[in-house]
Design a protein around this ligand. Structure first.
Ligand code: HEC
Ligand code: HEC
Length: 375
């Protein structure tokens, strides 16, 4: 008996919320991948928004999974291992029934995709807190932990790519097996009813309850994130420069945040002020001591920012030159010599020409730009 020889009227399987969720998630994940891999770190803000949107969509989908219409419900497609194995065996022997909604394997795929997106969001927020000292976990996570979590974030990202690949293969395979365009059904929402379809119990959508729950979850998340973000960041650099330091050491260039160099190297620099990069920048003894003490107290050794960790490893031949460190040269490799010489930059050491947060010692990548030539 051929199950699909008689044309059956189409029925709505994927309600509008499921379809909007599905394609919005595709968009958010695509944007997150593009802004992470194809563009530089200066696109981090867009990456963060894309990731936050994906996480928000997934949470909304879980809520719709208990309040939505029949095939949106988790209960309609989440099955135990035994039933999943049976479906697998029936697939092999060609006896698997057609499911109007997700089949057991598809159901597990949905849960897997949701879990990995949530894992990406959580490791992303923790990494942002540890490495860049910003966001809800800036107060709690160290740089070292942030670096480790960035590896976990990448593992999740690769896992997501694999799951997406399997999900597409699964959808194409099932389209072929049941002679039905499943990607199109995720656009129109409609599928043919056929004899022998696997039956699920009907459920009525509760859109108002869903809207209330989503609004509460979203509002709560935003409120909580703001409360946490307002806490002082763990190991942030000194935010306000000492007025004497800011005045004396900004005569020829901007005053560098003390967190960018170790106490030992600041002492070396201060001792060598009479011959400071070819200039005499020396002070009387009292001011010399005052400035040195302040630099030492707020040096890289006391901070936990990415810039402090990466720039403190200076070249022994030039112990107090940030622009000669491996990290600095690798990060600015793509910027042409000419760019550094032109107005209003003039020098590699003029960090604040390109980094709007240079004074704070933060150097958050989205705050870096190449300024246009002064008119
Ligand atoms: C008389 C001018 C002058 C004064 C005052 C001065 N500097 Fe400098 N500084 C220079 C010059 C010139 C360079 C070389 C880089 C450049 O060409 O911009 C430099 C470079 C530096 C660098 C290395 C930047 C890099 O490229 O990695 C540091 C760090 C630094 N100065 C710290 C200080 C501190 C701290 C003070 C205050 C105690 C100070 N400077 C005062 C002229 C000055
Ligand atoms: C001509 C503009 C320019 C100048 C001058 C400049 N930078 Fe940058 N810097 C950039 C850009 C653009 C990036 C982003 C590169 C990327 O996409 O990863 C960057 C990246 C960085 C990063 C890495 C941020 C991260 O977490 O990935 C640090 C740290 C940094 N700069 C420090 C400095 C310091 C310190 C100075 C001054 C001694 C300086 N920069 C001078 C343009 C500049």
């Amino acid at each position: 008996m051929s199950q699909h020889s008689i044309q059956q009227p189409k029925t709505l399987v994927w309600d509008i919320a499921v379809r909007v969720f599905h394609w919005a998630l595709v968009g958010a994940v695509l944007l997150a991948f593009v802004t992470a891999d194809l563009f530089g770190a200066t696109w981090l803000t867009y990456h963060i928004w894309a990731g936050a949107s994906a996480a928000g969509l997934v949470v909304a989908r879980l809520i719709w999974g208990v309040t939505g219409s029949t095939y949106a419900r988790l209960a309609s497609f989440v099955t135990g291992p035994r039933e999943t194995l049976r479906h697998l065996r029936d697939l092999v022997t060609g006896r698997a029934p057609r499911h109007l909604g997700h089949n057991p394997l598809g159901g597990w795929m949905i849960l897997g995709l949701i879990a990995v997106v949530l894992g990406l969001a959580a490791s992303g927020v923790a990494q942002l807190g540890g490495i860049f000292k910003t966001g809800p976990l800036g107060f709690a996570v160290s740089y070292a932990t942030g670096e480790q979590l960035s590896e976990l974030h990448e593992v999740f990202a690769n896992l997501l790519l694999i799951l997406i690949g399997l999900h597409i293969i699964g959808a194409l395979f099932e389209s072929w097996r049941t002679r039905e365009n499943l990607p199109l059904a995720m656009v129109t929402g409609k599928k043919e009813r056929r004899n022998g379809d696997h039956q699920v119990s009907q459920a009525k959508a509760m859109p108002w309850l869903a809207a209330l729950l989503v609004a509460t979850a979203l509002g709560g998340a935003i409120w909580g994130a703001r409360q946490l973000t307002a806490r002082p960041a763990f190991g942030a650099a000194v935010a306000v420069l000492d007025p004497t330091y800011a005045a004396e050491c900004s005569e020829c260039h901007q005053a560098f945040n003390p967190s960018l160099m170790t106490a030992a190297n600041w002492v070396l620099l201060m001792q060598a002020l009479p011959d400071h990069f070819g200039e005499d920048a020396s002070f009387d003894d009292q001011k010399q001591k005052q400035l040195t003490d302040w630099l030492v107290q707020n040096a890289a050794d006391t901070a936990d920012t990415k810039a402090s960790h990466r720039l403190r490893a200076t070249d022994p031949a030039t112990p107090y030159t940030l622009t000669k460190t491996r990290f600095w040269t690798s990060k600015h490799r793509d910027i042409a010599d000419e760019t550094f010489k032109r107005a209003p930059i003039f020098s590699r050491s003029n960090c604040s020409a390109c980094h709007s947060d240079a004074e704070s010692g933060q150097f958050f990548p989205p705050n870096a730009t190449l300024p246009n030539e002064a008119k």
